[in-house]
Structures are given as C-alpha cells and as structure tokens.
Design a protein around this ligand. Sequence first.
Ligand code: ADP
Ligand code: ZN
Length: 774
Amino acid sequence: LFLIINLSNHARQLTRVMLVQVALPVPLYRVFDYSVSTDASALPTPVLPEIGSRVEVSFGRQTLIGIVIAHINEADSSVPINKLKPINQCLDDAPILDELMLTLASWLARYYHYPLGDVLSVMLPTLIRQGKPLDLLITHWRILANVNDDDFHANANKQKQQFNMLKLHGKHGASEEVLLLEGMQRSFLTTLEDKGLIERYIQPKTAPKPVSLAKMPLDLNNEQKIAVDAILEAHSAGRYSGFLLNGITGSGKTEVYLQAMQAVLEAGQQVLILVPEIGLTPQTRARFASRFAAQIVLLHSGMSNTYRMQGWQDCRTGHAQIIIGTRSAVLYPFANLGLIIVDEAHDASYKQQDTLRYHAADVALYRGLQYRIPVVLGTATPTLEHLKLVHDGKLIECQLRTRAGSAKLATMQLIDARLQPTHQQPQDDGARYDTGLTDKLIGAIRQTLEAGDQVLIFLNRRGYAPVLLCEACGWQADCPRCDAHLTVHYSNQAHYHSYLKCHHCDWQAYIPAVCPDCGSQNLDAKGMGTTRLSENLHAIFANPQTSKNLYPIIQIDRDTTRRKDSWEKIYQQINQGKPAILVGTQMVAKGHHFPNVTLVCLPNADRGFLSADFRSPEHTAQLMIQVAGRAGRGDKVGHVLIQTLQPDNPLLLKLVKDGYLPFAQELLQERKMMGLPPYSHAALIRCEGKTLAATTQALKDAISLLPAAHNLAVLGPIDAPMSKKNSRYHSQLLLLAKDRNQLHHVLNQWWQPVLALPNVKYLKLTLDIDPVGW
Ligand code: ADP
Ligand code: ZN
C-alpha cells in the first residue's frame, strides 16, 4: 500500500496540465478550451495535439470532433482549470490543416460572420469531419495480366462492351468510382472477379511524375499572348495578381489557360481550375488531359465521400497536379499551388446559397493573395463587381476581342413579335394552337436545317407549361406550400406521365379532370416550357405525309439530364453533327462547344429586363450573350435571333447594337447614381418563420439594435420576393454601406446580439454578405 501511495504522489508531481482551444461544429461564435493531461506515468504518454489536428471531445452529452486551433496557458482560459474537461483522444499525429488553411478559415469566419467551427465543417470533406483516417485507399480494378481477349470472350461474350471499357484504361485499370461513372455495373466487376478474369487492387501512391505535354500548344494570337505573358510574369515574380480575362465567347480563353498552366506545371506546381457546373467537368477534363500528361483530379458533389476525401488528400500532399472542381474545391488544401483559374467567373453558381454563403471567385482571389500566385477570372460577360475591380485597379484586365482561329462572332438581330403574329399550328380537329414562334423565326430555323446545320433554341423554363388555368372561372393551379404556380408536366407522347409540380418545393399533384372551384372541364395549360416547345417543333417540322420527324429534336434540361450518363448521350448525338434542333434551358449557356450550331433563337429571353430586382438586367444580358455565344463556333458564321415583345427597350437595344461591355458600363453608371452595389457593400438578412408577422417583427427588433450612428442605408423589412416557400414565410432586410469596413464594423457589434434576441429562437435568421440575388 505504501508503495502505491508513493507512486501516485510521484505521478502527480510529473502531471502537468496543458490546454488546447478547439473549434467545434456548433453554431456558436466561440471556441472551447479542453485540457490535455500529460501524465508521464500513463502509457502511451499522452502528447499535446498539434495545432491543425483533429481531436475528439465531450461536449454536453455529445461526442464531437473538432480542430485544435491554439495551445494556451491556464491563465488564458476563462474556465477554472478544475472545470475543464480533458480531450477524449487525439485523431491525428500531425496537423491536417496547415497555417494557411487555418488563416483561410478565420478569414472566412470574419468576412462572412459565420462561426469558426461551422466554417471548418464546410471546408472539410464528410469523412474527415467524421474522424476517419486520412489515407482511405480506393479500390482499383484491372484485367489480370494473363487474360487475353479470347479468354475473356469465351467467358463473357455478352459484356464485350464493358470489357473494352476496362481494357481502354490499360494495364493499371481504373478506380471503381471512375468505372461506375463511365457506366460499368458493379455486379459485372464481381462476377468477373469470381471467374478469375479481373482483380481488384489498391494503387500505391507514388510521387507524381513531372508533367509532360501530350499535344503541342497552338500558336497564340496577339491578345492571347499578352494575356499569357502577363499571367506568367506575375507567376515567375512570385506575386499575387488578379486578372480579368475578358474574352468574347470563342476567343480562345482555354488556350490562354493551357499555356499559362504549362509553365506553372513545368515548375512543379499545382493548378486549380474552378468550373461552374458538374455537367462541364468531364468535358473540361478531356480538354486538359489531351494537352497534359498529368495527375488530374476531379472534385464535385456527385462523387462519393471516399473519392472526395482521397481527392482532398491528393491536393494536400501534392499528388494531384491539375485539380478541376466546382465551387467547394476553392476551400481545399494545396501542397504547392501555382495558379488558380476561375472559368465562367460570372456564373451565379459560384455563390453558395446556404450555410457559409461564400463566393468562390472572391475566395479564389483571397487564396491567390495567400499563396502569392496569379488568379485568372475568365469570362465573356464579366460581372459588374469584377468590372468595378478593374476600374479600381484591383484586377488587371486582359481582353480577347476576336474569335480565335477562323470563327466569327455571330450577328444579333431582333424580331418584333408585335408586328409578326406567332405561328398557329393546325390540329387534327381543325382547331389551331399557338406555337409561340413567329413565322420569321420558323423560316430561319428551316433554312438552317436545310443547309445541314444545327439550331439551338433557348427557353429558360422546363416542363410543359408554367400555369394550369380554368378558362371558365380563372382558377389557377397553385402550390399549397409556396407563392408559386404549379408547372404542368405533360407530354402528348406519354399521357400516363402527367402531373403538376412545384419547381420550388417539389410538391406534386395529379392534373385535375375538372376545375376544383367551378367544375368546368375547360382547363388549359398556359405558357410554354421546353417540353411543349419541343412538341410544337415536332409538329411544325414533321413530314406531313408520315408525320415522322425530319430532324431530331433534342431537349436539354434538368428533366432530360437527370440520369448519370444522359449528358454524355446527348453530347454524342449533337456531336455527330447532323441537322438537329436543340431545345435547352440555361444549362446550355454554360461553356459548351457545339461546333455545328449556326443559329441560336431566343423566343422570349429578354423578359428579365422588366423584373423588379436591380440585378436582373445584368443577369439576363449575361445569359443572352452566353447562349448567343453557342452560335457559329465552328467554321461557319452564326446568327442569333431574339424574338421580343419590347423591341424599343433601351437596355435590350444597347445590348444588341453595342454588345455586352458598353451595356455593362451603362448599368454600372446607373448603379453608381443609385448607390447600389458594387458602389456600396451589401448584407442581406433573411428571416424565416411560421408567419410573416413574426418574421417582420423580428427584423424590426433587429433594426432597433443597430448602433446609434451606424451610417448604413437600411432597406426593409419587406416580404421576400417569394415570401411563402415550403410552407414557411420569409422577410428580408438589406443593409448598404458606402465603405466595406463600415459594414463589417456594424455587423461585428450587431449580428450576435440579433441572434440572441428572445424571439429568434423560433425563427431562422441568416446573413448573406455580398448577396447575388434576392
Ligand atoms: P472560349 O473559351 O473563349 O469561348 P475556346 O477556348 O473554346 O473559347 O476556343 C474556341 C476555339 O478556338 C477552340 O476550338 C480553340 O481550339 C480555338 N483556338 C483557340 N486559340 C486558338 C489559336 N491561337 N489559334 C487557332 N485556334 C485557336
Ligand atoms: Zn411549392
């Protein structure tokens, strides 16, 4: 007994308590102190977890995983030492986040006024957040070395195509994830494994080979060369520079990216390329893979957690050389980043619309500053914010004013739909229905098809029709949960597949046979969605004798591209190059290359010029120019026809006559006069609750907490544009400040007390810094 007492006394002398500050994924604007007992007699000896590593801790009744962000002394903790809990365990031997990542996290927390622990959980892939070990390895599949085609076909003749798919990847095969994405069936892999034809293995990670050129670069034209030189000058000087690569559609921005990348990759550094859409990643990958023999990693939300975690790790270790990703890739760690490219930098999908509402282009500029490297924002339709940054000397503008190679920029022309009635198509019963297309537009479409080219018709509304209306009493099918009409989904070809659907909350209903209000059978679908337009086009362009299609009509929207491989199939069909009509929503506006499209039609895209949102003209023009840019990207000249009911609209005329940049400069002048962003800095506060009375009152209470001399413009509270959504009500408040620091200064004092207001418990309050829409 004496011995034991003596020993434990001895141990107590050696025990020194150390403290760590941990950021935890809880919605509180603070970090938490925990103790680490370094009891020298315990085995193994506990170590102080390093800053940037993960620890597991008890938090109330929960067990949470957090990131150590500081080591502190007993005296620095506000909690008495005997009240502090010890950490449960340390999950990493070494930091998983370096200093730059931690600085990024705290910058994001400050700039977006979001709790640090929550910022870190947005930044980390799911499996890392769950505390999984870093090097989860990914299964690869390959054909066994001794198996030849004959063995294979004798065994599995039916799956020849799948076998060839595997064969294409060569002797190392490919990861299961990639194979499944390509359309391989998992059951096929296990069957062949059982038959002894293929095997699974874990690919060991070796240091990547230096990047080499797979194909020779093109000869740059003058403007391209100026841009590449400017980017590389900044790169070799080891200096941050933000570039706006302002090049019209088809001007060869990608070639500028590629040649800037080449020098960076040859210097052994990584390149991050952000793209707006998942749909674009395979295509983008192909373009980069055909130029460089390099380790290319794709990052987007369509991939499994394991794959994303592996990608995260590859970026962090430097294994990935070219990283192509959507928005969230800008938050990844990089061993040795040399260049960031933000393609289609105007795209609204770079702004995250929930939790941490960051803008990936803004974060990209910040990271460029961190790593002292160039950041290139490429677009044909720069945002007003980016043009203002050019004015202020904060971005360097490089212009590409002509199309590269032999292609010419398409001509734009207005069709006055007030003078020209839209075409009325006769039906079997002798009645006629409105096709929504003028004869002039139809004539141009026919001419293009007969010349052997493709036509793209842009309509930003999927489904059959946006409204179901009772002609007798005026009843309309509305969503019971939202301030919105239900969209009619219906097809003449497939009656059984008819329903009403809310595009905001996905509520679905049957199409009623009679009006639920007055019992009339006179229910009519009003307006036009992509399905209806496609059917109208079928009717117009069918062979009158056989009523068979003369030309394929390819509908491209979220309904037709839902399946994993559907985009690929649509692409293949379009790229065969035969005459065809493509009908698409804004999905087609994003960077796609359809070389045989020579005519682009916009039957009603100009409506956005009339919207109440001050950003609407800018966004409408960007969309129109991007869609128009799909015309004439091959050798032939393209045309763009805009059918409009407002041919005198000054904004529309300016855009069509002078082009996007003069149009944008005019909008900038307007914003300046009105003191709107980018000539002021905005914070949008949204409040969601069970009634409008409650949400409005909460925002009024919030206003009363504003510091006395705040100097901000306070607009609201007002009902949000769609104030009822998913059975919840929304009000909003806009704060505008002349000066960004002023805005942050007020928010620093004000936002946390607002969140602590008693009524806020029953409501959801969110803060959006630099909002891009209402
Ligand atoms: P953007 O991204 O600006 O819309 P792309 O990069 O897709 O334009 O380029 C359009 C086309 O021009 C591509 O087919 C590309 O290969 C070609 N191209 C680009 N630069 C050159 C060049 N310097 N000489 C010849 N062709 C070029
Ligand atoms: Zn709804």
